[in-house]
Write a protein that binds this ligand. Structure first.
Ligand SMILES: Nc1ncnc2c1ncn2[C@@H]1O[C@H](COP(=O)(O)OP(=O)(O)O)[C@@H](O)[C@H]1O
Ligand SMILES: CC(=O)N[C@@H](CCC(=O)OP(=O)(O)O)C(=O)O
Length: 299
């Protein structure tokens, strides 16, 4: 067989390998939390959006919840303010809130534009629109961190309507409290709340690290499967810090609320989402129910 023919056959094999996954996830809701470095690098950004668009075109129902923390910090720096975080959450005073909403709005529309350019209908909305995300004030270990919101309700009907009309919803993590004040929501929190409310089949967090490490300084300690109990223990023992903290807490909450598959993926790996969904090769860290534990080398 010549080389060209072998290449075509290899491509066909890849498609065949994807078949059971296409069947399994057909018409299922997949929430993709998109943040970290994969958002800043234009090439990676285009690839992530291409992947989500492909998921849509093969019959899945993806919903993107995006972050933009790095971009917000860049703009906060530009006006000579200092970004400040507590437990992975941005301390958000009125001025920071204004900037965050501007930046997240811009990120939102750039993602809509990318999806539209690939021929798929996208609608970008903030959690304020139709009161998609209602919030109450969130504290970091009892400390007041300003206009940071904890999601109290998701108006899921809006998203069901958009999915029904075949739109790809792209959601920006800003919400309203009962007094109609604007709140900044950590995008991991927003994605988890949406996945729970929509009874999503899968929740994937795309971030800028390989996955969860037992020791973040040592890449050989990457954990490929983490049960809820093990995740609690890692947090309790102080192995999880910074932005990984809200992510892990949300993974635990999502699994405990019935989302079947929760993953933390390295958004810097081109097409990580497709690799995770369409192949047997596990990448990143999968968070599992305690009863699903297969292998863990974290101790
Ligand atoms: N145990 C850990 N394993 C992996 N990452 C960790 C861990 N503890 C802290 N981190 C930090 O959490 C970061 C991921 O959070 P963050 O930067 O907020 O992601 P995103 O912007 O995608 O939401 C990693 O880049 C890493 O620096
Ligand atoms: C309250 C809070 O922390 N809000 C986040 C919202 C954006 C975000 O979560 O972005 P990433 O997912 O890219 O980190 C922030 O202001 O950075």
């Amino acid at each position: 067989m010549n080389k060209d023919m072998q290449q075509y056959l290899d491509k066909a094999e890849v498609l065949i390998e994807a078949l059971p996954y296409i069947q399994r996830f057909n018409r299922k809701i997949i929430v993709v939390k998109y943040g970290g470095s994969a958002m800043v690098d234009e090439e990676l950004k285009a690839r992530v959006i291409q992947d989500v668009t492909l998921l849509k075109l093969v019959g899945f129902k993806p919903i993107i919840v995006h972050g933009g923390g790095k971009e917000i910090s860049r703009w906060v720096g530009k006006v000579d303010m200092k970004p400040e975080f507590k437990n992975g959450l941005r301390v958000t005073d009125e001025a920071t809130m204004e900037l965050a909403e501007m930046v997240l709005g811009k990120v939102n529309k750039s993602l809509v534009q990318l999806v539209e350019s690939l021929g798929v209908r996208a609608i970008g909305i903030s959690g304020k629109d139709g009161r998609l995300l209602s919030v109450k004030k969130k504290y970091a270990n009892g400390e007041d961190i300003g206009f940071v919101g904890d999601v109290t309700n998701v108006n899921a009907d809006i998203l069901y309507d958009l999915l029904e009309k075949d739109f790809l919803p792209i959601i920006c993590p800003v919400g309203l409290d009962d007094d109609n004040n604007t709140y900044n929501i950590n995008a991991d929190d927003a994605a988890c709340a949406i996945a729970k409310a929509m009874k999503a089949e899968k929740l994937a967090f795309l971030t800028d690290i390989e996955g969860v490490y037992k020791d973040p300084q040592d890449s050989s300690t990457l954990i490929s499967e983490l049960t809820v109990s093990e995740a609690h223990k890692l947090v309790g023992d102080g192995y999880i810090g910074g932005g990984m903290l809200p992510k892990i807490n949300n993974c635990i909450e999502a699994i405990e609320s019935g989302v079947s598959r929760v993953h933390i993926l390295d958004g810097r790996i081109p097409h990580c989402l497709l690799l995770e969904i369409f192949t047997n090769k596990g990448i990143g860290t999968a968070i599992l129910n305690d009863s699903e534990r297969r292998y863990y080398d974290g101790e």
